[in-house]
Design a protein around this ligand. Structure first.
Ligand code: PMV
Length: 348
């Protein structure tokens, strides 16, 4: 019979990788495992109103609205996502979707919305499946959402739950899989749930390397094999750090990961220099401040110039004063986002 009409909605958070994902294999599978903090403030909210298509029409058909306005620019990425998801969500072929989405952070901020956006969309598809085919087990639903989110954007696989998320197979961790993100299964010291991430907007320009081009740069990259091994070693070492709460070791490892990510871009063909002078000024000041005060603040980077400043709640007072007094001068009009480790997606 014809499918019913209805509505589903989710808000999903962004995440920041501690061990980075850079390089992928066919099927949106990572070439090395990665681990991230789920964020709280940077979120995408997505509602999907669905209705049945005429039997003769083959779907999925859809329209996308960003902040209430038609957003045709987003359609190719969403079309690709829905096509990849279709084999796992065949009911989509009978539906028209009206997708309404908004971000808690400015679209032009240089903060990527693909992780939160694709995670929100994937969670919506799983809810839609539950409405059409009731009785889906909720534990299975979250795993399926991460599996589907991965098909839209790899890092989105790490945005369908809160806390620390591991995506990608790692020796010695039987729960780990390339197919989806899982809550980090090892022991995690309480301090890591108190981390702040203050995101400094150093450059709000569009990224000069899209992540699909970026991952492609690792095919045939002269340092690829060593980089993938380094990520595995770092993840193993991070296991001990998560358990012990050794924040100095954490700072050194997280910064090394950020710099390795940029080192891959600096040495690929073509090469990309994504850091700006302000990025380097901030990095230097953070390292000086850590050495001089002992506060375990560190930085990490995405594939862009903005800096994520990571620090535990116990250091938040002095570190935030330091950020205000020393670092905001390197941001576009002092702009920054105060974020922290979050508890994961919410239905809306
Ligand atoms: O999810 P993608 O394909 O946009 O790749 C994200 C890659 C980095 O953000 C640079 C690193 C990571 O692990 O999130």
């Amino acid at each position: 019979g014809p499918l019913p009409a209805g509505e589903v909605g989710w808000q999903a958070p962004s995440n920041i990788a501690l061990v980075k994902y850079w390089g992928k294999r066919d099927g949106q599978l990572p070439t090395n495992p990665s681990v991230s903090f789920t964020l709280e403030a940077c979120r995408t909210s997505t509602r999907i109103a669905y209705s049945p298509l005429e039997q003769s029409v083959k779907g999925p058909r859809f329209r996308v609205f960003l902040d209430g306005f038609p957003a045709p620019d987003f359609e190719p990425k969403i079309r690709q996502f829905l096509e990849r998801a279709l084999p796992y969500a065949p009911f989509l072929s009978g539906l028209h979707l009206e997708i309404r989405t908004e971000n808690s952070f400015p679209h032009s901020s240089g903060i990527a919305s693909s992780a939160s956006g694709m995670a929100a969309l994937a969670l919506c598809l799983v809810s839609l499946e539950e409405q059409l085919l009731p009785g889906t087990d909720p534990g299975y639903a979250r795993r399926k959402a991460s599996f589907l989110a991965r098909l839209g954007s790899g890092s989105a696989a790490r945005s369908t739950a809160g806390g620390l998320i591991l995506w990608g197979e790692q020796e010695g961790i039987p729960e780990s899989t390339d197919l989806l993100g899982v809550p980090y299964p090892g022991e995690v010291h309480e301090v890591f749930h108190t981390y702040h991430d203050t995101i400094l907007l150093v450059d709000k320009g569009q990224k000069t390397v899209s992540s699909s081009v970026g991952h492609g740069l690792m095919d045939g990259h002269p340092f690829a094999a060593e980089r993938f091994e380094q990520a595995r070693r770092h993840l193993e070492k991070l296991g001990g750090i998560f358990a012990s709460g050794d924040l100095e070791a954490f700072a050194n490892l997280v910064e090394s990961e950020a710099l390795s990510l940029h080192a891959m871009m600096l040495t690929s063909t073509p090469s990309f220099i994504l850091m700006k002078p302000g990025t380097l000024e901030i990095i230097e000041k953070i390292r000086d401040y850590r050495r001089e005060t002992g506060h375990p603040v560190c930085f990490t980077l995405d594939a862009g110039a903005n800096v994520h400043v990571l620090y535990p709640e116990a250091s938040a007072g002095p570190v935030y004063s330091f950020i205000r007094e020393e670092l905001l001068e390197h941001c576009v009009s002092g702009q920054h986002i105060c974020d922290r480790v979050g508890s994961g997606p919410q239905p809306i």
